[in-house]
Design a binder for this molecule. Structure first.
Ligand SMILES: C[C@H](N)CC(=O)CC(=O)O
Length: 244
């Protein structure tokens, strides 16, 4: 089962002293998390001003540095609409990744199915040879995915619960997984929550045999509520939960 680390997300450096933002910091954290047992990383590359970026240059340098630090470990990025809300502009940025040299192009990218224009973003990724992680947040996302002719071409489905309440988040995971299983679509499922739902959903995912994710994007704290020292501490705690 895959444990992916989500290194930074949309968080600000003020959220946590060890939040990786620069390509160098992302690369160091990716390597530390891989050494701790993470099998892939998900990052939100930043522009020089520190904000999230979809520009090919920013994507390329972050991916390249991470690859250099942990060769052979798959690395993915976000395409979240909040980064660049205009669909046409966002599509153009993502389509431009096709021109990146292969060693600086992401292995995969997440596409949130509740966001306008997601099909064109997913098409652009597939056309660039970048794997699509279909982000399912709500039950209606499952119908959206099934109405898309290229659903079976996705790399995996991300089941992303929204609630910060542990029990409600696990119930969301159960509902979404049941809907996805009923489709007959044979794709790996990676199930994760965030904030107050992160550890409960990770435990649920592992107990049910699904891939999972942890990292400072999803939570700043360890299972006991103490602030995590860094991403690697979260990965170590996740694997201890699994084996404990
Ligand atoms: C809001 C979620 N943290 C979104 C997420 O994890 C996938 C993405 O980067 O698009």
């Amino acid at each position: 089962m895959l444990l992916k680390v989500c290194l930074n997300g949309a968080r600000a450096p003020t959220d946590h002293p060890r939040l990786p933002v620069t390509p160098g910091a992302l690369a160091r954290d990716a390597a530390a998390c891989h050494a701790a047992g993470a099998g892939a990383s998900h990052v939100h590359p930043r522009a020089a001003h520190g904000g999230e970026s979809l520009d090919a240059a920013d994507i390329g340098v972050a991916v390249s540095d991470i690859r250099h630090a942990c060769p052979g470990v798959p690395v993915g990025v976000s395409t979240g609409a909040w980064i660049l809300p205009d669909v046409t502009a966002r599509h153009a940025r993502v389509a431009s990744w096709k021109a990146l040299p292969a060693n600086t192009r992401p292995d995969f990218a997440s596409v949130n199915l509740s966001e306008p224009g997601w099909e064109s973003i997913a098409d652009a990724l597939l056309d660039a040879g970048i794997g699509v992680e279909a982000g399912v947040w709500f039950p209606e996302d499952v119908s959206r995915l099934m109405a898309w002719p290229r659903a079976a071409e996705c790399l995996r489905i991300l089941v992303e619960t929204q609630s910060s309440q542990p029990e409600a988040a696990c119930q969301e995971a159960r509902t979404l997984v049941d809907l996805l299983r009923a489709t007959g679509l044979e794709l790996p499922l990676l199930v994760h929550g965030s904030e107050g739902g992160a550890w409960a959903v990770l435990g649920w995912a592992r107990r049910h045999g699904f891939d999972a994710r942890i990292g400072l994007e999803d939570t700043l704290v360890l299972p006991d509520g103490q602030r995590a020292a860094d991403n690697a501490a979260l990965v170590t705690a996740a694997l201890q939960l699994q084996h404990g």
